[in-house]
Write a protein that binds this ligand. Structure first.
Ligand SMILES: N[C@@H](CCC(=O)N[C@@H](CS)C(=O)NCC(=O)O)C(=O)O
Length: 226
């Protein structure tokens, strides 16, 4: 089933949906919302669609309206991934882990995402609190990915990527926009690199293609050196 996305190019949450759709090779209608400076997401027509006044909003031809990004990822995988690998319904333990990391993704939005909105668009936030929170969540992610590597697991919930990896990817990758570089997070760097290597991967401003990481002499950063 096709869908329409109320979209903003600089939104990490909207990017999750664009990325998932691209990885699944799904086309959709995109409606550009003037988030900044227009604040169109707080306008009456959009508040009627999503009273929370946030983006993205996903609507489908059968009248479904989704306003939570993580739910949109699940919907997309359910509709368009016949292999059930992105939303691994056949494994109860793994699906539980996926839901755990979908919840974690909301903490990334509430910390790194808010700090980034402050840095880029001057959104008023409690900078000390969100910066501390952002470092706590990134440290948790780093520890988890380090543990996964010890168990020879490359992704957040197992040995294949799921919607959980997509949900956690954008704000982790965009943390330099919020003033938090990746230097202290080697396991995160390896995971970001792996995700950027997936067939169908697309970028957004602030997230680079792998070839852009090549040095001018053609040297490519290898997984081991990340
Ligand atoms: N609970 C929502 C939150 C989405 C969210 O925070 N979106 C940001 C843009 S990336 C937003 O619309 N913020 C409203 C604002 O800052 O005015 C979700 O996870 O989808």
């Amino acid at each position: 089933m096709s869908f329409t996305l109320h979209n903003y190019v600089l939104s990490g949450n909207c990017y999750k949906i664009r990325l998932m759709a691209s990885l699944l090779n799904v086309t959709y209608e995109s409606i550009a919302v003037d988030f900044h400076p227009g604040q169109e997401h707080k306008s009456e027509p959009l508040l009627q669609l999503n009273p929370a006044g946030t983006l993205p909003v996903l609507t489908t031809t059968d009248g479904t309206v989704l306003t939570e990004t993580q739910a949109m990822l699940v919907w997309l995988a359910q509709q368009h991934d016949p292999s059930n690998s992105w939303w691994p319904v056949h494994s109860k333990p793994q699906i539980t882990r996926v839901v755990q990391w979908l919840g974690f993704a909301s903490r990334l939005t509430a910390t790194v995402g808010e700090l980034r909105l402050h840095s880029m668009l001057n959104k008023p936030v409690n900078v000390t609190a969100v910066k501390t929170g952002a470092k706590v969540v990134l440290r948790e992610l780093e520890s988890h990915l380090t543990e996964q590597r010890i168990n020879n697991l490359q992704w957040l919930t197992g040995d294949t990527p799921t919607v959980a990896d997509i949900a956690c990817f954008p704000y982790t990758a965009l943390s330099p926009d919020a003033g938090i570089e990746h230097d202290d997070y080697p396991a995160i760097r390896r995971w970001l690199h792996r995700l950027r290597s997936l067939p169908g991967f697309i970028t957004m401003p602030g997230i680079y293609e792998l070839h852009e990481l090549r040095k001018p002499d053609g040297y490519t950063v290898s997984d081991a050196t990340l």
